[in-house]
Design a protein around this ligand. Structure first.
Ligand SMILES: [Zn+2]
Length: 357
């Protein structure tokens, strides 16, 4: 703008705020592959933040209604789980979550089972030496002998120990994206399962104890997936898993899932299939390059159980462009999550499942 030129418009703070809202919506729509010329034109014509947000919300709802995986349901389940509060291993919140999910999956026709074990309590005090752990396993079509493993961890970290404010590190961690999102996507996929017409059966496994960790340098990670993998290796079942997908941190409103290093190394065919599926259906948030090397529940599955399993994870939370992370902080809450992100991830998994031979 030219200052002092007669008739030149003054750019006010309010204009700047509206422009910021507009930019962020345009950016998100571009990332999600939804910015049509008509939508763009409407966004440019709206003049207040309220109008922009209302229009985006309305467009989002219309879009969600058309997706094969129910993003509204993902968000509903995510909110319900997060509302429980902390769900770390052995906590009352974990037990509450188990009750909700057990009922949910059983209602849809899943056969729910717990794989129970005990772990050493990392902060053992007298009388509390061990923690009761339970992986939740939901079988769909248990008679099918070749099986697919869809999994996520359902425990939350005991404390938000990565919070940038040291005073909050002993505060409450509710784990919306980290702990909740994988579960929410599996809940939406569960709706599809009874009618899943395939030679393959699906087992959903919710791992306990992914991060019963008070001190990262001292306490072991992946207790549930290690236990599951060891049992599978020690007593190989008739029903074999041919492939697995782990879902972790998949709800970020700014979703960008890169290929993960260990997944590419240990299960390259599944990475290739899943990314080809995303490309085919136009889910652009799965980016065709490698970014992070993540240690997660897929390691024991590959290394101990020899089940080729990939990790779908967006470790940049919210985005690679921002240095601050919500990961393991009090900021990991539902408002940072998106129904569309979860529905997109579920949709890719669902399409991949249907194409498996
Ligand atoms: Zn975590």
């Amino acid at each position: 703008m030219v200052v002092g030129c007669p008739g030149a418009e003054q750019i006010t703070d309010a204009d700047e705020a509206v422009a910021k809202v507009r930019r962020s919506i345009i950016l998100q729509y571009t990332r999600q592959g939804r910015l049509t010329p008509a939508v763009r034109e409407t966004l440019l014509s709206l003049t207040t933040s309220g109008e922009l947000r209302d229009y985006a919300q309305q467009q989002d709802d219309l879009y969600l209604d058309k997706l094969p995986i129910n993003g509204h349901l993902c968000m509903k389940m995510l909110k319900e789980i997060v509302a429980i509060g902390p769900r770390f291993s052995g906590s009352p919140g974990m037990q509450k979550q188990q009750e909700i999910l057990e009922k949910y999956f059983a209602n849809l026709g899943g056969k729910v089972q717990y794989q129970r074990f005990q772990a050493r309590n990392p902060i053992s005090k007298q009388g509390v030496e061990t923690v009761n752990m339970a992986n939740m396993i939901v079988h769909w079509h248990p008679e099918r002998t070749r099986r697919i493993l869809l999994c996520a961890h359902y425990d939350t970290r005991p404390f938000p120990d990565n919070d940038r404010d040291p005073d909050k590190r002993l505060g409450v961690f509710v784990g919306a994206n980290d702990g909740g999102s994988g579960v929410a996507v599996l809940c939406a996929l569960a709706e599809k399962m009874v009618k899943f017409d395939s030679d393959f059966g699906v087992d959903m496994v919710l791992f306990d104890g992914e991060e019963l960790v008070y001190n990262s340098a001292r306490d072991p990670f992946f207790l549930g997936s290690i236990h599951f993998a060891e049992e599978y290796a020690a007593k190989p079942p008739k029903q074999k898993y041919v492939a697995g997908i782990l879902l972790d941190m998949v709800a970020d409103a700014d979703l960008q899932i890169y290929q993960e290093v260990n997944s590419r190394r240990m299960a390259p065919r599944i990475v290739q299939q899943v990314w080809a599926t995303a490309r085919r259906i136009g889910v652009q948030e799965l980016r065709p390059n490698v970014r992070h090397e993540v240690r997660d529940d897929h390691l024991p599955l590959n290394e101990i159980a020899k089940i080729p399993t990939i990790d779908l994870i967006d470790f940049d939370y919210p985005s690679p462009q921002q240095r601050e992370t919500y990961w393991h902080t009090t900021e990991d809450t539902v408002d940072k999550c998106s129904a569309i992100s979860m529905a997109h991830v579920g949709w890719v998994v669902w399409e991949w499942l249907q194409g498996i031979e």
